[in-house]
Design a binder for this molecule. Structure first.
Ligand code: ARG
Length: 579
C-alpha cells in the first residue's frame, strides 16, 4: 500500500501538533490546482474542516486560529514552506522530492496509480450492482439509452477500479402491453425473412405500422390485449415469438455494446420478474401495505414518506403487474442472488419519482438495504441526428461518429499512416461522444452538435486521444526513460512542476467522482492534464537534448501517458496509440 508521500508527511506534522492520529487529517489536506506561478504551494488545509470535525475546538476567531496553527507547524526538508492564508494553511513541498516521489510512485503503481490512495481506506469495498443501458426491446432507440450505457459503464469502471466487486446488469424492457401490440402486429405485417435479415429495423417497422393502424382500428387494440394475455399466461406459441424478438434484439445490441467496449454480466429484464411480481403483491398484502381502490387497482400508500405523489399503483384491476411491481421483484431477487452492498440505477431524470417510490416501498416492506440503493439521473440530449435524419438506432450514432471522424482524419495533415484507420476513427469518434456527454453535470440537458464534439482542438475527446497518441509515439521512438538512474533536478522547470502538481490531485478527483458519481471531475482533470502535456511536449524537447535531460523528460511523459490512459479507461474510452 502506497500513500501520497506528501499528504502523509503533512498529516504527521498536524498529528504531532494537535495530538490526533495522522488519519484524522488525511482528507483535510488537499492538493491545490496548478497555477503558473513558480513558487506556488502544493497543498492546503482548511482550518474550518478541522473545526467542523471537532479536531480543533473553535474559539471564534478563525484567522487567529489559522495563524497560530501555521506557526506551530515546523518546516523541514520535505515541506519547505508553511504559511497561513484566509482560513487555510498552505504547504509547499521540496521541488526535488516532488519530482522524485511522484515519478517513483507512478513507476511502481502504473495502472494502480491513484486508486490505492489512503483516501479510499475508509470506503467500504463490497459488491455493487450497477444497472444501466436497459433499452426497450423492439422500440425506437433514444439518446437516453446511449447516455445510460456510457454513464453506467463509467460508474461500474470507477467502482471496479477502486476495488469493488461490480455486477453489471442490463434490465431490458422486454415485457408489457407493447409486446401485445408487437405480437399482434407481427401476425399481421411481419415477415420471418425480413426479421432474420434486419431484425431491429423490421421489428421497428412493424411496431410503427401497427401503432398507426391501431389509431383507427379498434380490432387491433383487442388483438394486442389478447396477445399480451396469451403471453402472461405463458402460452407456447405466443412465447415462442416473443422469445425470438428478444433474442434477436439482444444479439443486435451486443454488437453495439462491443463497439462501445461495454459488457454486461447479466442480461435480465422485466419479463424475468412477472411471476415474482405477483408474490410481491402478496407480501405487500400480508404486511398491510396494499390498498384496493374502488376501481379495483392495488396501491401502496406512501403519504407518510414525504411529498412524492402519495399513491403508487402496483396492481392493475385485471390482476396484471406494472413497471414498478416488476422493479420491486427485481430488486428483491437481486438482493437475494448477489447480496449486494449497494445498487445503482442509471436512467434519465424523468424516472426520478419512480425510483423514489421504489425505494420507499422497499423500506416500508422492512428492507433497510434500500437505503443503499441509488438512482443516478441524467438530462436530455437534444438534436442527435445523422445525415439520414433522426436517429432510430444506437448503431446509427456510432456509424455517423466513425464516418465523420474518418473524414476529419483524412483531411488532417498530422494523421499517421494507419493499417486500420476505420478502427481508430471508431474509437476516437466514440471518445468524442463520451467526453461531450460527461463534461457537464449529468442532470443537465444538452444540445448535440457533431462539429463541436469532433474538434481536434478544444476540450474534446479527440484532443484527449490526440495528446495520448502523441505521447505514445514519443515513447515508442525514444523509450520511457525508466532504465537507469535519473536526476530529479532536471525537471525543475515550471512546465514539469505544473504537471507533477496536477498529478497530486488525481486521487482526490477519483474520490470526488466516487462520492457524487459525476464524471465531469475526471474529464476536467484529464483535459487539464492534456493541455499541460501538450505545452510540455512543445517546450521540453526530447530529441536533441542531453541524454540525462531526455531521459528525465521521457520519464515524465511516460507517467502522464499512463495517467491519461488510466483515466480514459475509467471513462470508458479506449486510448489509441496512433492517430
Ligand atoms: N427500460 C426502461 C426505459 O427504457 C429503463 C429501465 C430502468 N431500470 C429499471 N429498473 N426500471 O425507460
Amino acid at each position: 500500500h502506497m500513500a501520497c508521500y506528501f499528504r502523509r508527511s503533512i498529516a504527521s506534522k498536524l498529528s504531532r501538533a494537535l495530538g490526533r492520529s495522522e488519519d484524522a487529517f488525511i482528507s483535510a489536506v488537499c492538493a491545490i490546482p496548478v497555477s503558473k506561478k513558480q513558487q506556488s504551494p502544493d497543498f492546503r488545509l482548511s482550518v474550518n474542516t478541522l473545526l467542523r470535525n471537532g479536531i480543533l475546538p473553535t474559539n471564534g476567531d478563525l484567522q487567529a486560529q489559522t495563524e497560530a496553527l501555521a506557526s506551530q507547524l515546523k518546516q523541514d526538508s520535505v515541506v519547505e514552506e508553511i504559511f497561513a492564508g484566509r482560513g487555510v494553511i498552505h504547504f509547499r513541498v521540496s521541488r526535488n522530492l516532488l519530482v522524485q516521489k511522484v515519478l517513483e510512485q507512478l513507476c511502481q503503481e502504473r495502472h494502480k496509480f491513484g486508486v490505492k490512495s489512503e483516501l479510499f481506506d475508509g470506503l467500504k469495498k463490497g459488491t455493487t450492482v450497477v444497472e444501466f443501458s436497459s433499452p426497450n426491446i423492439a422500440k425506437k432507440f433514444h439518446a437516453g439509452h446511449l447516455r445510460s450505457t456510457i454513464i453506467g459503464n463509467f460508474i461500474a469502471n470507477l467502482k471496479e477500479s477502486l476495488g469493488n466487486n461490480v455486477i453489471r446488469v442490463n434490465y431490458l424492457g422486454d415485457w408489457g402491453m407493447q409486446f401485445g401490440l408487437l405480437g399482434a402486429g407481427f401476425q399481421l405485417f411481419g415477415c420471418q425473412e425480413k426479421l432474420k435479415k434486419n431484425p431491429l429495423q423490421h421489428l421497428f417497422d412493424v411496431y410503427v405500422q401497427v401503432n398507426k393502424e391501431a389509431e383507427n382500428n379498434e380490432v387491433i387494440g383487442q388483438a394486442a390485449r389478447e396477445f399480451f394475455r396469451r403471453l402472461e399466461q405463458q402460452e407456447h406459441q405466443a412465447l415462442l415469438l416473443w422469445k425470438q424478438f428478444r433474442e434477436i434484439t439482444v444479439e443486435e445490441y451486443q454488437q453495439v455494446y462491443k463497439r462501445l467496449g461495454v459488457h454486461f454480466d447479466i442480461y435480465s429484464g422485466e419479463s424475468f420478474h412477472q411471476q415474482q411480481a405477483q408474490e410481491v403483491v402478496q407480501q405487500l398484502q400480508r404486511r398491510g401495505l396494499l390498498k384496493t381502490t374502488e376501481k379495483g387497482t392495488g396501491v401502496v400508500d406512501l403519504s407518510s414518506a414525504g411529498d412524492m405523489s402519495s399513491y403508487s399503483t402496483v396492481l392493475r384491476s385485471d390482476g396484471t403487474s406494472l413497471y414498478i411491481t416488476r422493479d420491486l421483484a427485481a430488486a428483491l431477487d437481486r438482493k437475494e442472488r448477489y447480496n449486494f452492498d449497494e445498487m445503482i440505477y442509471v436512467t434519465d431524470k424523468s424516472q426520478g419519482i419512480h425510483f423514489q417510490q421504489l425505494f420507499q416501498i422497499l423500506l416500508a416492506m422492512g428492507h433497510s438495504w434500500a437505503e443503499r440503493c441509488q438512482h443516478v439521473p441524467f438530462g436530455l440530449v437534444q438534436g442527435m441526428k445523422t445525415r439520414l435524419g433522426e436517429v432510430v438506432f444506437l448503431e446509427d450514432v456510432l456509424d455517423e461518429a466513425r464516418a465523420r471522424m474518418l473524414r476529419n482524419m483524412s483531411q488532417s495533415k498530422t494523421t499517421k499512416e494507419m493499417v486500420y484507420p476505420e478502427d481508430t476513427a471508431e474509437k476516437v469518434g466514440i471518445s468524442a461522444l463520451i467526453v461531450q456527454d460527461f463534461k457537464g453535470p449529468l442532470g443537465s440537458d444538452y444540445k448535440f452538435d457533431w462539429d463541436r464534439i469532433l474538434q481536434a482542438q478544444g476540450d474534446t475527446g479527440v484532443f484527449l486521444q490526440y495528446t495520448h497518441a502523441r505521447l505514445c509515439s514519443l515513447i515508442h521512438r525514444y523509450g520511457d526513460g525508466e532504465e537507469g538512474a535519473f536526476d530529479p533536478s532536471l525537471l525543475l522547470d515550471q512546465r514539469s512542476i505544473s504537471i507533477l502538481q496536477h498529478l497530486l490531485r488525481y486521487d482526490e478527483v477519483l474520490y470526488q467522482s466516487v462520492q457524487d458519481l459525476q464524471p465531469k471531475h475526471l474529464v476536467n482533470f484529464l483535459m487539464t492534464l492534456s493541455h499541460l502535456a501538450a505545452s510540455a511536449h512543445r517546450e521540453l524537447p526530447v530529441k536533441g537534448s542531453p541524454q540525462a535531460v531526455a531521459q528525465a523528460r521521457l520519464r515524465l511523459f511516460s507517467g502522464v501517458c499512463t495517467v491519461l490512459a488510466n483515466g480514459m479507461k475509467i471513462l470508458g474510452i479506449t486510448p489509441v496509440e496512433k492517430m
